[in-house]
Design a protein around this ligand. Structure first.
Ligand code: ADP
Ligand code: ZN
Ligand code: ZN
Length: 757
């Protein structure tokens, strides 16, 4: 019998505590229950994440009472959490947390009006505001200065707590910071925080006007695709469909019509998009199609406030909303009677969560479809090799859409060899003559250009040409990126910044060389080359403000911007008919990444970026500037030869037993003391050697490609096997064999790892 409940208390603490389940509550405490427990001297609410027969602790307190009637987690979602826990070797408690938004876990049902406290932060600088509009400066000690006076330690504790999570419930904040509500109110008077009463219903789309659209007449390939998807939806057994359609082939329209059909059948649907903040267009299209019943569509994404997310989730739970659009975790939305799950851009690595549980939302979607007898559609112009092989082998139903809507032509891609360009005018220019000329011609014809470069900042390193000094991060094994507008050197791994030194710290020379151009530099050079053009830049530096992304895209749409420069933010899903030229600057550095998927990533990226061109009447053109023009991934992208790319890439993967021919698990050990990390890794490796069978390939431990990050040394062990189970069993046993895990060494296990950095 389970006498112990593991309870995550509502205090933003990332751990759970054991409580006794009193006899009288035996039948009502279940995983997912909201409960009241005593914590220290207080009564707090919590959430049951696990049950057990016994506890390692003594003197446990009993659960006070159960709040609400039933578990917050529906049975199918609970099953999915169990599957994730075993497949991804993640503690079940973490999986339970992952399937419920934090705000839903923490609030009892019906409890809607609460006081929320948020920190007043200046969005541009990231600094805490004193009075609204006035920015504080931190003194050397790093503590906040308020009108020349320091904050009291209690006030500082509130600010620190909010820096980690804002907004936060007032009731929670007072417990966490160990202060009274009066302290928080004082800070409100000073203008550092805002206390607000949450309204009853928060519509995340307030003020956004949407006109209803009707279904379009499908092109023949679309009609065929829809028919196959409907057949899969109505099939006796659950089926997964891979919809491979070139950019602009009208995949979204197919999803929309399939979902409309599911609704007619009284069934719900979940649509996953890679990063919703980056694809507002896609969300708008869904909301527009179902605009006459807006309450049926729920949107879940990271920029919702807690209150909005809470409401959206409960609208789904109550059955009011049956269509859910969202990023990764929307897969766990409590939609009843699912008819269809769509995973758009299924190849995107962002579907893999990069913290425990490290699940792939695409693979988990297929699993959810299986369990709930619902069809799953994976859509992409460049399917992941894993999915491609599953379609080839007949595990998935493969559907192809090879032509663009209205038979618009695919853009023509030209590769420009920048090695020759350098020789021609004697120096290394950033832009080739061709690209510059093509941009001029677009400006003349009032057509638009997109320039893509996957590197933000001004330059990726600052070098002293005299002595060879490179400004590196103290805590990470990378060089710091120079951000010119802010005149700072920034580490893109840990975020640490510093002012640009006046002279070289090694030799005192006052001249620096900046190498590796980023988007900021591209923008500066473009502005000089095309003084009359209206240029905008879109990367995570310029897009910090809420809605900044939407605003720039709106301007671009109405033609108020001629040239849009950006990182991968602009690679996805944008549909602007007047864009007739896409320039890709130096995709090479992605090819040099120490990752076996580098070629696949570059192929996908070029194909996706190219897909932004020529979506209107005028044919599109793509210019790729590269120093490795003959790289097979670049050449295949130029020929738009997906199959050809797959064939050669698969041959290479097969030879080396890489995915999709094997599942790959990456174990990373990290810690501040290098020798302890290394020793622990060696011990783990020793146990792994004993534990693995012949079906598992175990590679020796090596320093990770990013060998140090945030002050921690990182080592890696890779395992590969055709079946995941044999591998994860061996890992579980080996990790368990280390009886005393050394302090300060952390270990992450990434099953089906998407990134090996
Ligand atoms: P994909 O998702 O495959 O890149 P989209 O669904 O974005 O393609 O479609 C590209 C464009 O074609 C969109 O502007 C869309 O509205 C339009 N479109 C899609 N299907 C049709 C159709 N059957 N008739 C006319 N236009 C269509
Ligand atoms: Zn120097
Ligand atoms: Zn760093």
């Amino acid at each position: 019998m389970n006498c112990i409940a593991k309870v995550a208390v509502d205090l933003s603490l990332d751990r759970e505590f054991d409580y006794l389940i009193p006899e009288s509550l035996q039948s009502s405490v279940e995983i997912g229950s909201r409960v009241e427990v005593s914590f220290g001297k207080r009564q707090v609410n919590g959430f049951v994440v696990g049950l057990a027969e016994k506890s390692d602790f003594e003197g446990l307190k009993p659960i006070g009472k159960v709040l609400g009637e039933k578990s917050l987690i529906t049975e199918p979602v609970m099953e999915l959490a169990r599957w994730m826990s075993s497949y991804y070797l993640a503690p079940f408690e973490n999986c339970v947390r992952a399937v419920l938004p934090a705000v839903v876990r923490r609030k009892a049902s019906g409890e809607k009006k609460q006081l929320m406290v948020s920190l007043n932060v200046d969005e541009a600088s990231g600094l805490v505001l004193h009075k609204p509009e006035r920015v504080s400066t931190a003194n050397e000690a790093g503590s906040l200065v308020y009108e020349g006076k320091k904050l009291t330690s209690k006030q500082q504790a509130v600010v620190d707590a909010l820096k980690k999570a804002s907004p936060m419930l007032l009731s929670e904040l007072t417990v966490l910071a160990e202060v009274s509500a009066a302290t928080v109110k004082t800070l409100e008077k000073k203008g550092l925080v805002t206390i607000s009463k949450e309204s009853v219903y928060r519509d995340p789309h307030e003020g956004v006007q949407i006109l209803k659209t009707g279904p379009l007449n499908l092109m023949s390939q679309q009609a065929e695709a829809l028919e196959k998807i409907l057949a899969a939806m109505n099939s006796e057994k659950p089926e997964t469909v891979l919809l491979h359609g070139v950019t602009g082939s009208g995949k979204t329209e197919v999803y929309l019509q399939a979902i409309a059909r599911a609704l007619e059948q009284g069934r719900g649907a979940i649509v996953l998009v890679p990063e919703i903040a980056l694809t507002p267009q896609t969300v708008d299209r869904f909301r527009a199609r179902f605009a006459d019943q807006p309450e049926r569509v729920a949107v879940l994404h990271s920029s919702l406030s807690d209150g909005e997310r809470y409401d959206e989730w409960h609208r789904i739970r109550s059955g009011e909303a049956q269509i859910v659009i969202g990023a990764r975790s929307a897969l766990f939305a409590p939609v009843a009677n699912l008819g269809l799950i769509v995973v758009d851009e299924e190849h995107e690595p962002t579907y893999k969560q990069d913290e425990t549980p490290r699940y792939s939302a695409r693979d988990a979607a297929v699993m959810r479809g299986h369990r709930e007898n619902c069809a799953v559609v994976l859509g992409s112009a460049t399917p992941a090799l894993e999915s491609y092989c599953n379609a080839k082998s007949g595990k998935y139903i493969g559907i192809e859409m090879t032509s663009r809507v209205d038979h618009r032509r695919m853009p023509v891609m030209r590769i420009i060899d920048m090695r020759l360009e350098g020789q021609r005018d004697g120096k290394h220019g950033l832009f080739s003559k061709e690209l510059i000329e093509e941009i001029y011609s677009r400006l003349d014809r009032a057509e638009q250009t997109i320039i893509f470069l996957n590197r933000r900042g001004f330059s990726s390193s600052l070098v002293c040409p005299k002595c060879g000094y490179v400004a590196e991060c103290e805590h990470c094994s990378v060089s710091k990126t120079y951000h010119k507008a802010r005149a700072r050197l920034v580490c893109h791994i840990c975020g640490e910044e510093e002012a640009v030194p006046a002279c070289c710290p090694e030799c005192g020379s006052k001249e620096f060389k900046y190498s590796g151009a980023g988007t900021e530099k591209i923008e500066e050079v473009m502005a000089k080359l095309f003084p009359k053009a209206r240029i905008a830049r879109m990367d995570s530096d310029t897009m910090r403000r809420k809605n900044a992304h939407r605003d720039v895209l709106a301007k671009f749409r109405v033609g108020k911007i001629d040239i849009l420069i950006g990182t991968q933010m602009i690679a996805k899903g944008l549909d602007f008919p007047n864009v007739t030229l896409v320039g890709v600057v130096n995709p090479d550095h992605a090819l040099h990444m120490a990752d076996f998927r580098a070629g696949e990533r570059v192929f996908q990226l070029l194909t996706q970026v190219a897909g932004r061109a020529g979506r209107g009447e005028v044919e599109g053109e793509v210019l790729v500037q590269t120093h490795t023009p003959h790289h097979p991934a670049i050449q295949a992208a130029r020929r738009m030869d997906f199959e050809g790319f797959c064939d050669q890439e698969l041959a290479f993967r097969k030879e080396l037993h890489y995915p999709p021919f094997a599942h790959l698990t990456c174990i990373t050990l990290r810690g501040k003391d290098e020798s302890t990390v290394e020793k622990t890794g060696e011990t783990l490796f020793y146990y792994l050697e004993q534990a693995v069978s012949g079906d598992v390939m175990l590679s020796p431990m090596v320093p990770a490609p990013i060998s140090r990050a945030r002050g921690e040394y990182r080592y890696q062990i890779l395992l590969r096997a055709e079946k995941t189970g044999v591998m994860t069993r061996a890992i579980r046993r080996s990790v368990g064999a280390i009886k005393k895990w050394p302090k300060g060494v952390k270990c992450t296990i990434d099953v089906d790892a998407m990134s090996l950095l």
